[in-house]
Design a protein around this ligand. Structure first.
Ligand code: NAD
Length: 496
């Protein structure tokens, strides 16, 4: 029996999709009745509209989440009951993989083939954290005080505000939702105004899974209104934020008014370090995946490639040759290899950085333009772009471009490679490509970054902590460690 492989995925509807937002298990418009558009970056046309949530809507959502936490059915559930709901959500995500993936592709222009894999992986997050839901416990502590028993309990924080960006809305929401709910918190999620759709599709599955009213709420709207109101709300006990370092600073300032906890997953300018003894074709694969996946719009993008001077020319030749073969096209086509950037403002920003790179004297080795072929002309496409002869003090090497632009920088020895790698405000990730395992291990403690990949790039897992040093963030997501970020400890003294 032959199976046909789908070549192009389609939206399961025509016309502009009207979304409502999700508060207290109900689908509602915003209090003001206003809406905003979501533009498909491949066609440049509006494909969906979502409610313009503002402070009043955030207030309603936080109220629902607070009631659910304090007195609702959720507050009486056991860990294993919470775990069952999370597992059910995982099953529903798996059953609805295509719709979730398509919604995100049409919202932000990343590839359907990448999104299908990413959505499939999300059930793993549900199962992993469901497993923890009934294993979050304190300990008995042998205190020196006579006739006393002391023990601790780990309690949820209360209402968690999750503020997420446009580049991976579903994945970055699930990184927060799974541990937050496993630990017994409730949530208000504020998606990016660029990409509300996939999180609203997820909310339908949250409702279908049977989470009680108010446990998860989604308020769509702009950062400076809805996001700001959520960060400032006195009943929110934690803000879990992923986004730019600039917004991260504001979140810290605003949430500090009422001493809410924060975790921040911010930007990056990650170095991909290629030594002279690296397996070169493998390293070239890692560099391509590191910078051109999701059109370079990932926090972990390997946007600075540090190449040993003795192999620089050979590396450039291989990289340029492989980059020239990358197929740009409709992100809903299974054979497209690079999609668009997510929206017009980002498109302009990336093209501006390409101009800056040329003005700074970097050598444009490949790409640099908006393609003009008929199929691509309406989309926010940018050719995969390689700059050679980059100095690390150039703006293109220091500032996060968040697009398909890679900077190649030469180094002469290990010491210089480390100095260049760490000469950045960021510290999210790094990679080392070498066949010398001792050298690789020597590099690890010297690199100031939250993740180091050795002879690979971009690997993440629900079981492994992810987060940044320096301006790349505070706190970690994923792994058992993250449960500490969603619980607080109570110390109990018993007179015997
Ligand atoms: P952004 O900071 O502009 O927006 C992120 C979210 O914050 C959006 O929902 C936005 O509406 C909201 N927001 C904006 N202003 C706000 C305010 N004043 N108060 C409260 N909320 C506000 O970031 P972006 O452009 O959507 O995303 C790209 C950035 O995200 C990049 O810097 C990227 O590196 C970073 N990112 C980091 C990670 C990570 O795990 N470290 C992952 C993905 C993206």
């Amino acid at each position: 029996m032959s199976t046909t492989v789908k070549k192009r995925y389609e939206l399961p509807f025509t016309g502009v999709k009207e979304y409502k937002m999700f508060i207290n298990n109900e689908w509602v418009e915003s209090v003001s009745g206003k809406k905003f558009d979501s533009v498909n970056p491949f066609t440049g046309e509006v494909w969906a509209q979502a409610p313009m949530g503002e402070k009043e809507d955030i207030d309603l959502a936080v109220k629902a989440a607070k009631e659910a936490f304090e007195t609702g059915e959720w507050s009486r559930m056991t860990g294993s009951q919470r775990g069952k709901l999370l597992r059910k959500l995982g099953e529903l995500i798996a059953e609805n993989t295509e719709l979730l993936a398509i919604s995100e592709v049409v919202d932000n222009g990343k590839l359907i083939r990448e999104m299908l894999g990413q959505v499939k992986s999300l059930s793993g997050w549900c199962d992993y954290f469901a497993g923890f839901a009934d294993k979050i416990h304190g300990e008995t502590i042998p205190v020196e005080v006579p006739n006393m028993i002391n023990y601790t309990v780990r309690e949820p924080l209360g209402v968690v505000g999750a503020i997420v960006p446009w580049n991976s809305p579903l994945l970055l929401t699930m990184w927060k939702l799974c541990p937050a709910l496993a630990a017994g918190n409730t949530m208000v999620i504020k998606p990016s105004e660029v990409t509300p759709a996939s999180i609203l599709e997820l909310a339908k599955l949250i409702q279908e899974a049977g989470f009680p009213p108010g446990v998860v709420n989604v308020v769509t709207g702009y950062g400076k209104t809805a996001g700001d109101a959520l960060a400032k709300h006195p009943d929110v006990r934690k803000i879990a934020f992923t986004g730019s370092s600039e917004t991260g600073k504001l979140i810290v300032k605003n949430s500090s008014e009422h001493f809410a906890r924060v975790s921040l997953e911010l930007g990056g300018k990650s170095p991909n370090i290629i030594f002279e003894d690296a397996d070169l074709p493998n390293a070239v694969n890692g560099v391509l995946a590191g910078i051109f996946a999701a059109t370079g719009q990932t926090c972990m993008a390997g946007s600075r490639v540090l190449v040993h001077e003795s192999i620089y020319d050979e590396f450039v030749e291989q990289l340029v040759e492989r980059t020239g073969k990358i197929r740009l096209g409709n992100p809903l086509d299974m054979d497209t290899e690079m999609g668009t950037v997510a929206f017009e403002g980002q498109h302009q920003k990336v093209l501006r950085y390409i101009e800056i790179g040329e003005q700074e004297g970097a050598k444009l080795l490949y790409g640099g333009k908006r393609p003009t072929t008929p199929e691509l002309k309406n989309g926010f496409f940018i050719e995969p772009t390689i700059f050679g002869n980059v100095r690390n003090d150039m703006r293109i090497a220091q500032e996060e471009i968040f697009g398909p632009v890679v900077c190649l920088i030469r180094f002469k020895d290990e010491e210089e490679a480390i100095a260049i790698a760490n000469d950045t405000q960021f510290g999210l990730a790094a990679a080392v490509w070498t066949r010398d395992i001792q050298r690789a291990h020597r590099m690890v403690p010297k690199i100031k970054a939250g993740t180091v990949w050795i002879n690979n790039y971009r690997k993440v897992s629900y079981a492994s902590p992810f987060g940044g040093y320096k301006a790349s963030g505070i706190g970690r997501e994923n792994g058992s460690y993250v449960l500490q970020e969603y619980t607080q400890v109570k110390s109990v003294w018993v007179d015997t």
